[in-house]
Design a binder for this molecule. Sequence first.
Ligand code: PGA
Length: 252
Amino acid sequence: MIQVMEYEATADLYKDAAQMVVETLAARPEAVLGLATGATQVPLYRELVELYGAGRVSFRHATCVNLDEYVGLAPSDPNSYHTYMRNHFYDHVDVDPRRCLLPEGDATDLTAAAARYQRLLERRRDIQFLGIGRNGHIGFNEPNDELILGTHVTGLNPVTVADSRQYFHGSQAVPHQAVTMGVGDIFFSERIVLLAIGEDKADAIARALSGRVSTRHPASLLQLHPQAIFLVDQEAAAKLSADRKRVPARSA
Ligand code: PGA
């Protein structure tokens, strides 16, 4: 059963999330970290960069793997997730750039690129961070009659395209396709930590924890993972009954 921690202060949520990374790397410096993008993850990277600056964590031996990348965007593109990861995280810590992996969205043969990425995922992750779309997507696994287990090229749901628009710099249109880890890839992690902030996510969170599983709400599949935890603020938790969530002890 997914553990749900509801935070009054988002600063505490991100401190606890960052602490999970610190503890993972303390136990196993060569850990594989599954990382996500999106607005929700930005304060987590800020926290990790701060902890690195304070000498509390090192990423030197870690491997980082990302969930997804937009089709057609080169790593240097300002709107690519490659750029997002460099700007928010990789350029500010001691991780080896050769062990920072993201799908190749600009490959000529995207199917081959997805298969290449899949092979890079053969080491089980120690921890996998996720956001959640308003439509319940995880990575870019959008609601559908069937979901794909492995890394693949996917069309993006109109809700996702609309929600991404606000983060796109310049006049570039949001791509309608992406390369994403599949739900099987996402599950290939010891632990899964989903972060959700704000009332826009309340319905998606409630449905993910409804006790039913549907490919029409991909996050609901996480109920089948043995070690999934949701860290949510009060707004994102607003549609959960009181007995479905726990308030964490004040983080250190
Ligand atoms: P967000 O995206 O953090 O920008 O809300 C989350 C997601 O779509 O997975």
